[in-house]
Each structure stands twice: as structure tokens, then as C-alpha cells.
Design a protein around this ligand. Structure first.
Ligand code: PGA
Length: 251
């Protein structure tokens, strides 16, 4: 199977007032001005901005996604948003199982598996997040934790066209610290082997993003590691120049 086209995805988390559209427009302009990037580009703003952002970016290079979805299609779930609503708003992707949701909302692998299925049902690409905590890493459990998360969070029958994995060590998120290149290569190799073992060629073609303190200054090195097929970026996705500097890794 051909090497998958990389994806540089921005996760705005709980940031994005109405005036944040200006940042998106600036990014769009930088992407249009710049050399054609050999990657896909995705921004995941808060739910409230999806319909507007997707409308503005229609036909352009920047895709719009969501940060979470409910497992059900519709119904009595006050305050929740279904994958169908996200799709209807114009999004193409949804992040599921981010470590902040695993921690803040007690999301477990079973729930994340159901959310992944919900994303597929609605016609969205699911970005399934995995990653160990600092204490799990110190205990030498990184590979075992990540493999258990993959086994529990990715449903059977996953296809490369609708499933992306994001490896995000929890201790690297927002900390300015990243694993060594050897560590990233090792764990991405473990993830690839798991995907290949379970899904065959489809697993070989699935993108495995690295996330956690990706910046313009470390992006090229991280993106050059075997089995790193893009980035999931938090803080550095909030400013157009910073995020564009990460996209530069693929120019
Ligand atoms: P960060 O966040 O880039 O700010 O470390 C990454 C993420 O949580 O997706």
C-alpha cells in the first residue's frame, strides 16, 4: 500500500470566540500563498464555530472537524452533539478519545470505540487518540498501555479512509516536552504493527499522527520519523503563523 498522505490537524480545544475566524482566514491565506503542502490540513474548532468555518473554507485546502461526538444519532441527550449533527454542519473529521476527555469525562476505551463507530455511521473520519501518562511511562508500560487502548478503542472493520490514529503521550501535551525520536519511532512502530496485524493492508495505510508539543521548531524532525504520518497540534494551532510553520515540514 502507498504511503498515506500526511495530515496536519489543529485541535483548538476550548478556544475560539467569534473573532477567531480572523485567525482561520490568515491561515487560509498563508496556505494559499505558500508552496503546495504535501499534506492535508484540518482545523477542529469548538462546536459553535464549525458551521461557519466549514462554510467559509468550502472548496479550499483547509478541512474542518470536531473535537468529540456522542455515540447516538439523536435524542434525549441534553448538551451533547451527535456525529450526524457535526456532519450536517459541514465537518469532515472528529477527534475521539482525546486524553483530556478520557481524564475530564472518564471516557474509557469502550465508549471511544462506540464514538468511533458513530463517526463512521455519520460519514466522518475518526481521529482516535491514544497515549500513556507520565506514571505509565515511568513504569515502562508505554507500549502495553497504547496497545490496550488501540485494541479497545478501534472497532473491528476499520478502514484507512475513515480511521486515523493520534499517538499523544499525555505528559507531552502542552508541556513543551516531547519524547526522543527513538521513542516516537518505537511506539509508532508498535502502533503500525498492531494496525497491520488487525486490519492488514488497511492498517498499513492508516495514518498515525504524533501529538504533544509539536511546534514549527520540532515539526520537521518529528514528521521525518518512520510511521509518523502527520501531527495533531494543540497550542501551536491557535496562531496562523505557528501552524503554518508546522505545515512547512511537508513543503
Ligand atoms: P499541544 O496539544 O500541541 O498543545 O501539546 C496537543 C493535543 O492535545 O492534541
Amino acid at each position: 500500500m502507498n504511503k498515506p498522505k500526511p495530515l496536519v490537524a489543529g485541535n483548538w480545544k476550548m478556544n475560539g470566540l467569534m473573532d477567531s475566524a480572523a485567525e482561520l482566514f490568515r491561515l487560509d491565506a498563508l496556505v494559499k500563498e505558500g508552496q503546495d503542502a504535501g499534506c492535508e490540513i484540518l482545523i477542529c474548532p469548538p462546536f459553535t464555530q464549525i458551521v461557519r468555518f466549514a462554510g467559509k473554507m468550502q472548496g479550499g485546502k483547509i478541512m474542518i472537524g470536531a473535537q468529540d461526538c456522542h455515540v447516538s444519532e439523536k435524542g434525549a441527550h441534553t448538551g451533547d452533539i451527535s456525529a450526524e449533527i457535526i456532519k450536517d454542519a459541514g465537518a469532515s473529521h472528529v477527534i475521539v478519545g482525546h486524553s483530556e476527555r478520557r481524564a475530564d469525562h472518564n471516557e474509557d476505551n469502550r465508549l471511544i470505540r462506540e464514538k468511533t463507530k458513530a463517526a463512521w455511521r455519520a460519514g466522518l473520519v475518526a481521529i482516535v487518540c491514544v497515549g500513556e501518562t507520565a506514571s505509565e511511562r515511568e513504569a515502562g508500560e508505554t507500549a502495553a498501555v497504547v496497545e490496550a487502548q488501540l485494541a479497545g478503542s478501534i472497532p473491528q472493520g476499520a478502514a484507512a479512509s475513515e480511521t486515523i490514529i493520534a499517538y499523544e503521550p499525555v505528559w507531552a501535551i502542552g508541556s513543551g516536552v516531547t519524547p526522543t525520536a527513538d521513542d516516537v519511532e518505537m511506539i509508532h512502530g508498535v502502533i503500525r504493527a498492531h494496525l497491520g496485524g488487525r486490519f492488514g493492508d488497511e492498517g498499513g495505510g492508516m495514518r498515525i499522527l504524533y501529538g504533544g508539543s509539536v511546534k514549527s521548531t520540532n515539526a520537521a524532525a518529528l514528521m521525518g520519523i518512520d510511521n509518523v504520518d502527520g501531527a495533531l497540534v494543540g497550542g501551536a494551532s491557535l496562531k496562523a503563523e505557528d501552524f503554518n510553520g508546522i505545515i512547512d515540514a511537508y513543503r
